[in-house]
Design a protein around this ligand. Structure first.
Ligand code: GLC
Length: 561
């Protein structure tokens, strides 16, 4: 089957925050349909929809109670079929979110499962007896704080949940569960869906002996290596490929928590018939202090060298087998310019600089809604966050364990809280940024009058048109898709510089990721080449691509001629 997904650029939509067509303050499928021409104009090929299935919305739809019907605030199945059709009419493709590590506790399977120990659905989930003292079966933690086990009075056992207690983990050891998943995948693919983003797919195979983590007792609940890459992971994915994926010309991207490059090759090496690509997390963890009891909230400053090292390891690690995704933002990762850059005076240059670093690389780029107009983190006070991850973490690390002060937590949340990516899309400078005629489910970012789609479309020099051009260049120059990657100036603390090589040509990417000026001197082997500049983010293009003084966040990409 063709590998069209290698040449594609993906646009991710978080439906509840994209566009509300009926004034209930909540984005919907008809709203997405109304904005398809906008996405088409950007030039992306594939749309990824975060979950739109029926759900009690404990984790904003990542807790599904019915895989075959839409959540009513999003619309009906007819709306979804229309969306698929309208996307296809515009020559684009659409992938959905497959959330099958867990379901909602309100899914009919779980409702049955919890009824009795001999219910036919009991083994759809993991149930375990308490330890002799009545405590949890082991010390595994939930990624959303606390224990990964919740006691169920009715049958006197605990059930497993890696996320909230309303997200019980499915038991993939049970063949009937796997059949159910394959059937629902076929259901949607037969309706025209072009593939899947697979939520926490790295966790579907469990270590079914459920060993305790070793601990020095400073932490009672631990999230670690047992939470992912269980012994049957690749066997399950290969089965899914054989049973479902291989029958469709589709695209797959797995969210592969806990994977390193060797694991990534297992998923994405074409010969192994698993997935096309995975989302990895190492580059998103460069601002986290490792091994802290405060997890992702123990932040450390952004470091250009750390970014270069991590990205380069993945670029070279998957150079000859497998395939990378390229992303800085999604519904779990806040706005990159606020997190690692400058979202004030230098916002526009900075957004273009990060875009250049990413889109010049080898892999499939993912753009998250609003990234293309340079949306920034919100300034909402702690009390206004909506996300259960933040609420639970605050309770655990600030109130109960007291391992962080409220002020430090607030600072970390301002950088890394997931809600920053989830504030409604800013369409114009009007009321509620044109997102809704009603009351938005989450407060708009206070800067919407300055940062919005209308403004971006009216300004020829906008971030939007810069992204549009990067996407066009990827279509025009195969070197951007297929060229080998090589890092230059690895020790430079400000400049991210690399070359791509393909069929005798070179592509040079030079980006100053700092607020200072930075002197750039290309290595001798590049000085003798002649270069054509393809894109740059300052009005005055540099006269010489191989030797220049870069302004703050200046970015240039050129090709040898
Ligand atoms: C993934 C999703 C995240 C969700 C979690 C549980 O990490 O991206 O939003 O909370 O899985 O489904």
């Amino acid at each position: 089957m063709s590998e069209w997904w290698k040449e594609a650029v993906v646009y991710q939509i978080y439906p509840r925050s994209f566009y509300d067509s009926n004034g209930d303050g909540f984005g919907d499928l008809q709203g997405i349909i109304k904005k398809l021409d906008y996405i088409k104009r950007l030039g992306t090929d594939v749309i990824w929809l975060s979950p739109v299935f029926d759900s009690p919305q404990d984790d904003n739809g990542y807790d599904i109670s019915d895989y075959r019907n839409m959540y009513e605030k999003f619309g009906t199945n007819e709306d979804m079929f229309q969306l698929i059709d309208e996307v296809h009419q515009r020559g684009m493709k659409i992938i959905m979110d497959l959330v099958v590590n867990h379901t909602s506790d309100e899914h009919a399977w779980f409702a049955e499962s919890r009824k009795s120990k001999d219910n036919p659905y009991r083994d759809y989930y993991f149930w375990k007896d308490p330890k002799s003292d009545g405590s949890e079966p082991n010390n595994w933690g939930s990624i959303f704080s606390g224990s990964a086990w919740t006691f169920d009075e009715g049958t006197g056992q605990y059930y497993l949940h890696y996320f909230s207690k309303k997200q019980p983990d499915l038991n993939w050891e049970n063949e009937a569960v796997r059949r159910e998943v394959y059937d629902l995948m076929k259901f949607w693919m037969d309706k025209g869906v072009d593939g899947w983003r697979m939520d926490v797919i790295g966790s579907i195979s469990k270590h079914t002996d459920f060993p305790d983590y070793e601990t020095d007792n400073s932490r009672s609940h631990i999230v670690g290596r047992y939470h992912s890459n269980g012994p049957r992971l690749h066997e399950f994915i290969q089965e899914m490929n054989r049973e479902v994926l291989s029958h469709y010309d589709c695209m797959t991207v797995g969210e592969a928590n806990g994977s390193d490059i060797e694991e990534a090759k297992k998923y994405t090496d074409a010969g192994r018939q698993e997935l096309n690509m995975i989302f990895t997390f190492e580059h998103m963890d460069i601002d986290t202090e490792q091994n802290s009891p405060n997890g992702k909230w123990q932040i450390k400053p952004f470091d250009v060298i750390a970014l270069k090292q991590t990205m380069t390891r993945w670029q070279t690690g998957l150079m000859n087998s497998g395939w990378n995704t390229l992303y800085f933002e999604n519904h779990d990762q806040p706005r990159v310019i606020s997190r690692w850059g400058n979202d004030g005076e230098l916002r526009k240059q900075c957004a273009k600089a990060f875009a250049t670093v990413l889109h010049g690389m080898k892999g499939t780029p993912f753009i998250y809604q609003g990234e293309e107009i340079g949306m920034v983190n919100s300034d909402m006070p702690l009390e206004m966050y909506d996300d259960l991850e933040i609420k639970n973490a605050y309770r655990e690390v600030v109130i109960e364990n007291k391992t962080m002060t409220k002020e430090d937590f607030r600072k970390a949340a301002a950088k890394k809280g997931r809600d920053h990516a989830r504030t409604p899309m800013q369409w114009d400078a009007g009321k509620h940024a044109g997102f809704t005629a009603g009351d938005p489910w989450l407060a708009l970012n206070s800067r919407y009058q300055e940062i919005n789609v209308k403004e971006s479309l009216e300004d020829q020099d906008s971030i939007f048109y810069y992204y549009q051009k990067l996407i066009q260049l990827r279509k025009q120059y195969k070197i951007m898709v297929y060229g080998d990657y090589q890092l230059l100036l690895e020790d430079d603390p400000r400049i991210y510089c690399y070359i791509r090589k393909y069929q005798g040509k070179k592509l040079l990417v030079v980006v100053n990721l700092s607020e200072d000026k930075a002197q750039f001197e290309a290595p001798p082997e590049l000085i003798h080449e002649r270069w054509k500049i393809l894109i740059s983010n300052y009005p005055q293009e540099p006269a010489d691509l191989t030797g220049m003084c870069l302004a703050p966040y200046e970015a240039v990409m050129g090709i040898s001629i």
